[in-house]
Design a protein around this ligand. Sequence first.
Ligand code: SF4
Ligand code: SF4
Length: 373
Amino acid sequence: MTVYHGCNLNCRYCYEHRANKDANSMDFEVARNIITHFMEADNGFDNNEFQFFGGEPMIVFPLIREIVDWFHTQSWKKGHIFFICTNGTILTEEMREWLTQNKQCVAAGISLDGNKAAHDIGRSNSYDLLLRNLPFFKETWPTQPAKMTIYSETIPYVADSIIELEEMGLYFTANIVFENIWGNAKQKRNLLGMYKKQLLRLVDYYACHPHLEPVGPLLQRDLEYINLPNRKIKVSDGDCQRYCGAGHEMVMVEVDGTTYPCHRFAHWITNRTAPSAPINIQKGWKPESCAQCNFITICPTCAGFNWELNGDTGIRTTYHCEAFKLELWASAQLQAIRLGQCEPSDLLRLSGHEKNRIKNRLEWILEFAGKEL
Ligand code: SF4
Ligand code: SF4
């Protein structure tokens, strides 16, 4: 639920620049009706997760508290969890106290784009504000990953950022954006060269810290699902999988109660009317360059961005293509090193399924990891 369109920051890559600021915050009645609808709907789901989204939802903390407190006065047949997507910079004593009391059913996830140098580039110099509150988020929801978004200006800081977050003991994910951040051909070549160096530094770092889980999804690409030539998955109608839950398990509700498959489909982002159902069901691999690609079975794609740019949720944007392949290559290098670090006794304890996964990974590593990209 987008509960508020305003924000105390002005992040560089945020869609909220395009939002209609006249319709700013959700009314309690709208939230109550939506929640009641989904908690009572006979739709096959026994549990609902309600996310408070913005802008910065903590600016309307009294509304969030009113919604959750009301929710707990009712009796429901379905399970629930509330989640707050926040920039983590606004946290009063009152908020801390309420969040701590409700942490079993209200979780919060922060956006943290790396170390201070990287974070401050695009997120309104808010690193110091966030750092002050970081221990609270880390201690209250230790298994909730912070989200590190990578874009052109932060590529030079990727390795330093990830190493710093690991040294802080933070649980986090890192991913590069789908958008065209690459500039002209020369700029793109330079950025990709820089990204490759950053990834190789991270391969070295994780190789030297075998107790650490490599950061996902960046260095945890699921190599065993790649469509190798000797394991050709039939790429035709019916074989395509959805990458995300937009329009299926997921519904986004605007401040005025309008629904979209996910926030990326809002008309003020795409300048298009959202597709009518069924949406986000890929009927064939498109474009042709992707249809011929062995990595398509694991390559991420954003249905909303596809819709915005191509007018079809199933026609993929490919700006992230080369960066994604570098991540695969680095993941393969790291997994090869990690397999070499296994004790023989550990390998003997693996189940048949796990051995099969390793065999599939090895096929891929042998095929790809040594190649020069
Ligand atoms: S974007 Fe690139 S890596 Fe992804 S499926 Fe298309 S061609 Fe393959
Ligand atoms: S459509 Fe894009 S933004 Fe929305 S859930 Fe899917 S991947 Fe995420």
